[in-house]
Design a protein around this ligand. Structure first.
Ligand code: BGC
Length: 458
């Protein structure tokens, strides 16, 4: 059941990543400039913001299963309409539509996974979600790489069509999966819930689990008290943490590499679309490998150590990328390889730290009553900052290029230096504000805030 549901995570990764290999070809085939490239990329993220926004409400109203089925259908139709798009306008509209599916999947998949797994392996199944995103991204890069054909300018259309395969797996598979027992309980459909619990949970703990769910549901049902909870002064730290961890996750520029990687490699001198995509495939592989490493490290090293390791590594590697571009302007070829090598190191530092940390912290810092709403504020911030960075990437390169007398390599170096400065500010922020949540029970964290504690004293 979890493997089928987790296909939602794969599709989230696939459909965010697929654009990277498609862009160099779309650019030539549809004859567009960098500002339209930014629009086509960003519109899916805007769609995702919308999808994430409505899916909290809809998944409560219609149930988890129906909304994941709806996402699967959107993935399927979205992949076909993107591949079939007539011109730039059509492609932009299709990307917004596809994005809605991504947003729904980003919210509903982990929720369903958490609600349908037996208590004893819930943590593992949910933390696999980030890994599945990275596998989806890697899958997209690989398939882009296999399809890329410098002799066929419209090969990007096939890259999108490939997305119909995982979408079909999710659509057909999900059809046979049961509804979430927690949701059924919240609707008073106890008998149906118990039947499903019989299939998925250890009989010895069913009664206890059902009681726990019922008391959680009773707590979160008092709508007024959710609003009131957010007005409490001690909610400042959890809210600030959820928004700013996502700000720093995105503002270090991760998705400029994930979405625009091949175009960046082209700027660094790898001229053919095929060669640039092959460099991107190695980015995808490193991303998966280090996401696996983080599964082992996150509870061993703790959140803070991993944060400083990752952010510190990103400051250095971002500056190395910038230096690569500068030396590219000065003496050519060597810079090209420095850019690729430092990009791979940069991805490794991100994947082992900020990738999983962002999504983990937003589930840990909120009190039970507002955990659902709180973590959706976190994911909405994630998509919002993502859109902002991705939409301004080429514009910022343009602005820096003008400042450096029209030298584009210097302009690109300027943008990566800016990301390095943001990562440095993030380290200072983290030093003062990032709590160590390793080994803490969730109600321990909740009481800490309520008693006036600060992140550093946790
Ligand atoms: C981020 C995504 C990013 C992905 C890369 C996730 O944690 O939220 O924006 O594309 O990591 O692996």
């Amino acid at each position: 059941m979890a493997s089928i549901a987790a296909t939602g995570g794969l599709l989230f990764g696939f459909d965010t990543g697929v654009i990277s290999g498609a862009l160099p070809f779309i650019k030539n085939d549809l004859n567009i400039g960098e500002s339209e490239v930014e629009d086509i990329t960003t519109f899916a993220i805007i769609g995702a913001m919308f999808g994430a926004l409505i899916s909290g409400y809809l998944s409560d109203k219609l149930g988890r299963k129906r909304i994941i089925l709806a996402a699967a259908l959107i993935f399927l139709v979205g992949a076909i309409t993107c591949g079939n798009a007539n011109g730039v306008g059509g492609l932009m509209a299709a990307r917004i539509f596809l994005g809605v599916g991504i947003g729904i999947a980003s919210f509903a998949t982990p929720l369903y996974l958490a609600e349908i797994s037996p208590a004893s392996i819930r943590g593992t199944l949910v933390s696999m979600f980030q890994l599945l995103i990275t596998i989806g991204i890697f899958g997209a890069f690989l398939s882009d790489g296999a399809i890329a054909d410098d002799a066929n300018p419209s090969c990007w259309r096939n890259m999108f069509y490939v997305g119909t395969i995982p979408a079909l797996v999710l659509l057909v598979g999900m059809f046979f999966l049961p509804e979430s027992p927690r949701w059924l309980l919240s609707k008073g459909r106890d008998n149906e819930a118990l039947k499903i619990m019989d299939k998925i949970e250890d009989p010895a703990v069913i009664a206890e689990e059902v009681n726990k769910m019922k008391s959680d549901i009773a707590q979160t049902k008092e709508e007024m008290s959710i609003a009131e909870t957010f007005k409490q002064k001690w909610m400042f730290f959890p809210l600030m943490l959820a928004v700013l961890i996502m700000f720093f996750q995105q503002a270090v520029g991760i998705n400029t590499v994930i979405y625009y990687g091949p175009s960046i490699f082209q700027k660094a001198g790898f001229e053919s679309g095929e060669a640039a995509i092959m460099a991107q495939v190695s980015v995808g592989a490193v991303n998966v490998l280090f996401a696996i490493a983080s599964l082992f490290l996150i509870d061993k090293l703790g959140r803070r150590k991993l944060f400083f390791l990752g952010m510190g590594g990103m400051v250095v590697t971002l500056l190395m990328i910038a230096y690569g571009f500068i030396s590219l302007a000065d003496d050519g070829a060597n810079g090209q390889y420095l850019v690729v090598a430092s990009m791979l190191l940069y991805i490794a530092f991100f994947a082992v730290s900020m990738g999983p940390l962002g999504w983990l912290i937003i589930t840990e810092v909120f009190p039970t009553k507002v955990r659902g709403v709180g973590s959706s504020i976190g994911s909405l911030s994630n998509w919002g900052f993502n859109a902002l960075i991705v939409w301004t990437f080429y514009k910022s390169i343009g602005a820096f290029t003008n400042a450096f007398d029209g030298k584009e390599s210097y302009g690109t170096a300027g943008v990566f230096t800016m990301f390095a400065i943001i990562a440095l500010i993030g380290i200072v922020w983290g030093y003062f504000f990032l709590p160590e949540t390793k080994g803490k029970k969730l109600d321990e964290i909740e009481n800490h805030w309520k008693n006036g504690g600060t992140p550093r004293t946790l």
